[in-house]
Unconditional design. Sequence first.
Length: 229
Amino acid sequence: MPSLTIKAFRFDAKSDFLPYYKEYEILLKGDDTLLDILEGIKKQDKEFNFSSNRFVGIRVNSFAVPLNVHVKTLIRFFKTYTLTFEPLSEFYAINDLEIDTSAFLKHLNRFEIFINDEDNEQYNELVSYYFASPALEFEREYFGDSFMLFAMFLIKKYPQKRDDILRLCADEKYGVWLHVCVKNTIFFYAKAVSIEKTIFELKRQILRHVPDTNSITRREAKRAQNLNF
């Protein structure tokens, strides 16, 4: 069996001033997933931690990757048996690859009047897309790509609430206008393309249905008219 070399991000927010990396050698089986490798590291090092939330992925060689991906897929993509594991966001790292998801969860409250408990579950599944967004690097209060994807889900489910949901997303300071392309940050290119298409459609609906929401939407709506957006 081939051996996999993992350089894992290590950091305990309670005791460490700076993060560091520790190297592990893991024997690889053909059907191992990323989760299997993380559990293998945990067997070697009881102090190693990662999130128990199955929807919280990690970064592998700088790409956000879900835990159910087969490692052989990663090896083929990166063309190496040496992989670097990091949390989705170093800023929100709590303990090694485990992150604080409270920043993601707080934005769900903005949809409180529109949703039920079943919808909450749909939002929670989008957690990795929140932390994978490059926009968070320059604006921590950005609602998140997850927020925008969830909004489109809600618009399809509750079309009568469309305009109110669109106005939320069009927020002048922290709304969809802060979105940054994720094609170079999410491992599955097809998923990244899907996210870009969904957020493009969200912007299009904002400019079509609620163009007077604020100064940005008025400006963009005028520009879109000239471009036949």
